[in-house]
Design a binder for this molecule. Structure first.
Ligand code: DQA
Length: 380
């Protein structure tokens, strides 16, 4: 694939401009990292930056001959430029919009992007690594493009469906991304797993959900994931989904959501897989205090018991807890304690420890140990 990396106004000043917001990498550093990441995935990348709207439009038009995907940081033009929206729409090249900063957590006018509706995806607030995530997203779309469908009226109530290249009915893996329930982390984190599992014969349904902010949004997040699982019943006929073979697979904080979705959804899953899951919130460690209290809002002590998977056992379904032994974000002890408690409560539950894998490796088909993870997911 040929990727155009396009940067808009003021991004030539990266590294010097408000480093507390945009970081210390220069534009040259960013371009270099993007080249290396694209090359790792087998793609070629060309970069262009301009402070002028017309030049950016010309670059998008020219991309019709030279690019199959665009990673675009339109800078402040994203908040105002309908002309750039139209250019992206007119050429029809899959374009991922990226913002280094968390545009939803700054001045209100930055929350509006008029260019986003013309793009296939938007990534924001992840620093410079958002550019690399945007390249990965284009990569996985090129391997297997998803069908993105709403399961509710909110823009975050959508999910990506990928069907295996074989006749149905297909077993279904519902994927629930992590990221501490918080805003900048969205379902592209599960793209690799979604594409890989679909290639192994399982339909994948990669669910987005409402996240923090607002503080105390736990009911919305849990209700969304549960509704996302339930929505499979209206899709099964058209897409050949086997509702008797649905598994919920959650990563990190997404495992906490996945566990409650598995318990409450109108479509009953036959299994739950936790990947590096936060399954014992009461013992998550001090590093998670801020996240958990933002998720819960006021009165967190009493509510913690309501949203802590280990305290809500038995689940009433078999579970598999997969954990990389090099995980420094969520300690492997979380999975060990959960499996022990699940068995004690009468659930069938097993632990899969993956040597050499860290927190993100358990969702990456490119990481060592993925075969073990994929087998755990399919076995469930
Ligand atoms: C930006 C966010 C915009 O609001 C701002 O005008 C920029 C940079 C970002 O990358 O975070 O120039 O696009």
């Amino acid at each position: 694939m040929r990727i155009l990396l396009l940067n808009g106004p003021n991004l030539n000043l990266l590294g010097r401009r408000a480093p507390e917001v945009y970081g210390s990498d220069t534009l040259e550093d960013v371009v270099e990292q993007c080249h290396a990441h694209a090359a790792r995935l087998g793609h070629r990348l060309e970069a262009f930056q301009s402070n002028h709207e017309g030049e950016l439009i010309d670059a998008i038009h020219a991309a019709r001959e030279t690019a199959d995907g665009i990673v675009f940081n339109p800078g402040a033009f994203s908040h105002t430029s309908y002309a750039l929206h139209d250019a992206i729409e007119a050429v029809g090249i899959p374009t991922v919009e990226i913002h280094i900063s968390n545009v939803r957590d700054r001045e209100p006018w930055r929350r509006i992007s008029v260019t986003e509706p013309a793009c296939v995806y938007q990534i924001f607030g992840r620093g410079v690594s958002g550019y690399l995530d945007a390249i990965s997203h284009l990569h996985y779309r090129a391997v297997h493009a998803p069908l993105t469908l709403p399961y509710g009226p909110h823009p975050d109530q959508v999910a990506d469906l990928r069907l295996p290249d074989a006749p149905g009915p297909h077993p279904v893996a519902v994927l629930v991304h992590g990221g501490g329930w918080a805003d900048p982390h969205t379902r592209d984190l599960m793209d690799g797993a979604a594409v890989d599992l679909a290639a192994r014969g399982t339909a994948t349904w990669n669910v987005e959900y409402r996240r923090i902010p607002p503080v105390g949004g736990w009911q919305d997040s849990i209700a969304d994931v549960s509704a996302g699982v339930g929505a499979l019943s209206s899709l099964s006929g058209d897409h050949g989904l086997d509702l008797g073979r649905v598994t919920v697979i959650g990563h990190s904080a997404g495992a906490q959501l996945g566990f409650f979705a598995a318990k409450t959804a109108s479509v009953r899953p036959v299994g739950f897989v936790s990947l590096a899951g936060m399954l014992d919130l009461g013992n998550a460690g001090t590093g998670f205090d801020g996240l958990i209290s933002a998720f819960l809002g006021d009165g967190e002590g009493a509510r913690l018991a309501m949203i802590d998977p280990i305290r809500a056992l038995p689940g009433g379904f078999p579970s598999v807890a997969v954990h990389g032994l090099l995980d420094r974000s969520v300690p492997p002890d979380q999975s060990r304690r959960f499996v022990e408690a699940a068995r004690a409560a009468g659930d069938r539950s097993c632990l899969v420890e993956v040597a050499g894998a860290d927190h993100m490796d358990v969702i990456s088909p490119l990481a060592t140990g993925w075969e073990d993870v994929a087998h755990a997911c399919l076995g469930a």
